[in-house]
Write a protein that binds this ligand. Structure first.
Ligand code: GYE
Length: 325
């Protein structure tokens, strides 16, 4: 549909967008601001499992609105079958572009072949798929999760200060961030005999999952020095379990997490978390820009990597007042 927009209409659209600002973040599934000639995007979200996900959903909804893109939003509740259903319904509705964040890495080829046969381009955001067929998607926008794991491992290697036992709280089993954050961390500490991962289990990226697994670890693992949690929410759940066991998080047991959402950064600034590797959820703006290009048939890079940093406790104190999410 975008192809039909003339250059003049494009200029008009642009000035409307500038006037609209960044949108109000309403949760409606369709964007009333979108013009009839504009792009319709079907977005299949993972779920609402974490603070990161909430910020990511808001960014996508706000930026779709700001870009005049009509967004059909579906929450997969952390289930691949729900996401596949949503993608099939987007194909039936003949949307202009499908974007999605795959809950797990494998098992997408069939549904993406259906999108391809219907000539609907697909953009992967946030999480990657494991497929030999790169023609099934136009581009993948998101973080380098292996690198995030390496950053976490590097900080520990530099700050362990003696032999340490680490317990790992993994993200959703089979998801790209869980696989990659585990891999990057393991790779970095492999040459450090002082650092041992003594237990590792999934907390499904949720606060309650992190709390439950940590409670079990505290009962079964005799000596825990460090928690490496694949996201802030599980780290925050672990903090509750550590306090309930009469220990001091950040001191008796040091905690490293990934994400740097508000609650995580607040705990870091308060000394209850020791280090956070940032993973930015603000992918909405770049996603809408890529979608416009893909629909217009323009070339886009096959991989767009998000820029991110790391935070110590002091850096969290400085960053918190202006943190957006
Ligand atoms: O780190 C976690 C969320 O895919 C990067 O998913 C995302 C991860 C994020 O549940 O908090």
């Amino acid at each position: 549909m975008l192809k039909k927009i003339t250059a003049a209409a494009g200029v008009v659209l642009l000035s409307v967008l500038t006037a609209c600002g960044s949108g109000d973040g309403g949760a409606s599934s369709t964007n009333s601001g979108g013009s009839k000639d504009g792009i319709t995007m079907g977005f299949a979200q993972v779920g609402a499992e974490s603070g990161w996900r909430t910020a990511n959903t808001k960014s996508i909804q706000d930026e779709a609105k700001a870009a005049g893109i009509d967004l059909k939003f579906s929450d997969g509740q952390q289930k691949q079958e729900n996401q596949i259903k949503a993608i099939r319904s987007f194909i039936q509705q003949k949307v202009d572009v499908i974007a999605f964040s795959p809950v797990v890495e494998t098992g997408w080829d069939a549904v993406l072949e259906e999108a391809k046969a219907a000539n609907i381009p697909v953009i992967l955001t946030d999480r990657a798929i494991d497929s030999d067929d790169e023609s099934l998607y136009a581009t993948f926008l998101g973080s380098d999760f292996v690198e995030e794991g390496r950053k976490a491992g590097k900080w520990l290697a530099e700050n362990a200060g003696g032999p340490v036992n680490v317990v790992e709280l993994q993200g959703t089993t089979g998801s790209a961030p869980a696989n990659d954050r585990k891999k990057g961390f393991a790779e970095t500490i492999a040459s450090k005999p002082d650092i041992k991962v003594v237990a590792s289990q999934t907390g499904d990226f949720t606060r309650s999952g992190g709390k439950q697994v940590m409670e079990a670890f505290l009962k079964s693992v005799p000596k825990i020095d460090v928690v490496y949690a694949h996201n802030d929410d599980m780290g925050l759940g672990a903090i509750e379990a550590i306090k309930a066991a009469g220990k001091v998080p950040g001191k008796d047991i040091r905690i490293i997490t990934v994400d740097a959402v508000k609650d995580g950064m607040t705990a870091l600034a308060a000394g209850e978390i020791n280090y956070i590797v940032e993973c930015s959820p603000l992918l909405g703006k770049q996603l809408m820009e890529l979608a416009k290009k893909v629909v217009a048939g323009e070339q886009v890079p096959k991989r767009v990597v998000t820029e991110e940093t790391t935070f110590t406790q002091e850096q969290a104190k400085a960053a918190l007042p202006t943190r957006q999410y």
